[in-house]
Ligand binder design. Structure first.
Ligand code: SAM
Length: 306
């Protein structure tokens, strides 16, 4: 759909434009066209984006929009949109709004009923995830962990039982501490992938456990941009059955003539439940039965054998 993007209508449109995370070949044809057609580009760093614009021969003027000026800048950008001018938002790399400025401007547009159009492009989290070898069907993006203190501790604790694949951004000088904290919270055996310098000349994908990562990156100090993809907590393969369900299975075995010990062993094998707990349930079954019709000889004769 090639609508005339520069025509002034009642309200302008905000385009959220993804740009490369290293490799300029990842710039989409649509991103180039939109950046050429809009009236103004709001960029996280105008000098940085200037190089990208120069490369693709884009002459559109820029204005800065970053974490230190977004509050003052948002009403100015909204005024452009309300005059009917179209704007593009870009960050230094990847997708604006993903650990980059953008959310507040989009929110202001939504409130003012200004149309927002995403122009999808590169994103480090998705690139790292799909190459990690870890499950991609359910994942959660955690961005940068808080650097320290209670906030970091609380965020990590909340992830301890997370079963979705976890994706983090991290700076190289903080990698060692983050791996150690993740190992303390999630366990040293947890698999992960560390994606470094994606789409660039020195792209590497390291895979192993948290314990292996700690020793590897102690020996090879990491450089460049890093994204961590960590496996979620594995669910037990056999569903956890209730005591009532386990008792039903035990009763079937007992009715077939197995002793309490043999029935416990059989049901433990079938369900993964602990044999000692199952034996206890057989005693409860026997007690129920004895209180209804006390049978002779219950108790003490059929001990749990190892
Ligand atoms: N908005 C960007 C995106 O869509 O991916 C992310 C911006 S965030 C400020 C920058 C962080 O993303 C880096 O510190 C690093 O963790 C990750 N990152 C960016 N480029 C990367 C690359 N080429 N390889 C690996 N990780 C990268």
């Amino acid at each position: 759909m090639n609508a005339p993007e520069k025509s002034c209508t009642a309200l302008g449109t905000l385009y959220i434009v993804g740009t490369p995370i290293g490799n300029l070949e990842d710039m989409s044809l649509r991103a180039i066209r939109i950046l050429k057609e809009v009236h103004l580009i709001a960029a996280e760093d105008t000098r940085h984006t200037g190089k990208l614009l120069h490369h693709f021969q884009i002459a559109t003027p820029q204005v800065s929009y970053h974490q230190h000026n977004w509050q003052a800048r948002t009403p100015e950008l909204m005024a452009h949109l309300q005059r009917g001018e179209n704007l593009a938002l870009v960050s230094d790399a990847g997708t604006p709004g993903i650990s980059d400025p953008g959310f507040e401007l989009v929110q202001a547009c939504v409130e003012a009923e200004v149309t927002v159009v995403p122009i999808p492009g590169a994103n480090a989290a998705i690139a790292a995830l799909v190459a990690s070898g870890l499950p991609t069907d359910r994942f959660c993006f955690e961005g940068f962990l808080p650097a320290k203190g209670k906030q970091r501790h609380t965020r990590l604790a909340a992830l301890a039982t997370e079963s979705r694949t976890l994706v983090f951004y991290e700076a190289p000088h903080r990698l060692g501490q983050t791996l150690t904290d993740l190992a303390d919270t999630l366990g040293t055996d947890r698999p992960l992938s560390v994606a470094r310098e994606l789409t660039k000349l020195h792209e590497t994908l390291w895979r192993g456990t948290l314990a292996e990562a700690i020793s590897h990156f102690q020996a090879h100090s990491p450089k460049g941009e890093l994204t961590l993809v960590v496996a979620g907590q594995t669910m037990p393969t056999t569903p956890i059955l209730s005591d009532a369900q386990l008792k039903t299975q035990l009763q079937v075995c007992l009715a077939q003539g197995l002793s309490r010990s043999q029935a416990s062993r059989q049901v433990a094998h079938d369900t993964g439940a602990a044999r000692r707990d199952l034996y206890q349930l057989t005693l409860e079954l026997a007690n129920l039965k004895s209180s209804a019709h006390p049978p002779p000889g219950i108790g003490g004769r059929d001990e749990l054998q190892s």
